[in-house]
Design a protein around this ligand. Sequence first.
Ligand code: 3PG
Length: 399
Amino acid sequence: KSIADLGDLRGKRVLVRSDLNVPLEGATITDDGRIVASVPTIEALSEAGARVIVCAHLGRPKGAPEDKYSLAPVATRLGELLEHDVTFADDTVGESARSAVDGAQDGDVVLLENLRFNAGETAKSAEERAEFAGQLAGLADVFVSDGFGVVHREQASVFDVARLLPSAVGGLVETEVEVLRRLTTEPERPYAVVLGGAKVSDKLAVIDNLIQTADRLLIGGGMVFTFLKAQGHEVGKSLLEQDQVEAVKGYLDQAQQRGVEIVLPVDVVAATEFSAEADHEVVTIDAIPADRMGLDIGPRSSELFAEKLADCRTVFWNGPMGAFEMEPYAAGTAALAKALVDITSDGALTVVGGGDSAAAVRQLGFKDDQFGHISTGGGASLEYLEGKDLPGLTVLDES
Ligand code: 3PG
């Protein structure tokens, strides 16, 4: 069901689950992409005369309030973007939340404090979750699921609450699913996937699936050193998941049998330590010194990756190519983003998935509209591509 199927919402209390999990430095939001992406649904509900109750999480507090995880700065930014007052309740289902909801007029927007300040939100026990979901549901008449970044979580505000209220999917989740569906159902070919980020172990399931569907797999970031090791290279002090080397060898063999091209860097930027000030140099992958660590793909690799993407009609990218937050190691990620921008303007469908990659492209000065789609979901988009059932979506199908 979409929001339109919920009927006339004037005067109705609508609980919206958004993903407002943004990076903060102190109380400063360093990338507001997820708030921006959440605005259209909230705005549409408010314009329809609903009393909009937004709920969300920030970070991973352990079931109790912690100042550094308060959504208060997010409430301020949300109000600026909506150009509408946002009432911030400083608890989630307590006195403050109830009085904010009771005081809301048609069209008003309330943001509840971090859901994860309540142990019931993420509880393993279904009873505990259901109890908290019941308290949340008690605040509202209908539920709208719009936090794509959390649909892979079986949590009270994502999963259990949808069983208690008439529920619909919000426009953001609809768009995200629509785009990801294009990647999983007959993508226009050649179809390439670029994976980066630190850990191979986080990506094994998706690699397994992509070997069945993609034409090319380009690998960079910290995870690439486990691939290089699997190919027999020495990787010095680079990040290495020794216990994954055998699994990676298996994937390399499978890819070869299936005719999937795996593209690895040919050079890297190797530094003496994980620091912007560290001495660093470009070396080929067969000459990584024993006392250095690779912190970015090198310039020849950037050229190679751009060449391998140039004729692609569909590209999904998750994970930075290097430690982009430090200027000496940002060039690989910037070059990759540029390659995607170029093919987007030639009509290819490019999807950037995941908080880190989205923050990286924005920090490097790219604009969202230079890519086909920037997904708000990291884990969620990967799990979708893995072909897993996402609890926050299946529960809506059931209801
Ligand atoms: C994310 O940042 O990917 C989502 O907000 C989900 O957060 P989580 O991984 O802490 O559940």
